[in-house]
Design a protein. Structure first.
Length: 83
């Protein structure tokens, strides 16, 4: 497929627009992080003592590792999709 017009990239916009979008992205990440922390803290408070820690320690590492490994492999196997 043809490459998109470079003029649509954020780096092609004026400095004020770049700063505004960057601030919006950072703000969105901060709000999303706060919501995730609040949600997980609420779940931890709702579960009996020790259950959240066991769930976290035994269910998070393997799926997250597989996701990052798959993304790394895809980055090299499908390099054109990451440009």
């Amino acid at each position: 497929p043809p490459r998109p017009d470079p003029a649509m990239l954020l780096s092609a916009k004026d400095d004020a627009t770049q700063q505004l979008v960057f601030g919006g992205i950072c703000g969105g990440i901060a709000v999303g992080t706060a919501l995730c922390v609040a949600g997980l803290s609420g779940l931890e408070a709702a579960l009996p003592a020790g259950w959240f820690g066991a769930w976290r320690d035994f269910t998070w590492p393997l799926p997250l590792g597989l996701i990052f490994a798959a993304a790394g492999a895809a980055h090299f196997a499908l390099a054109d999709a990451f440009i």
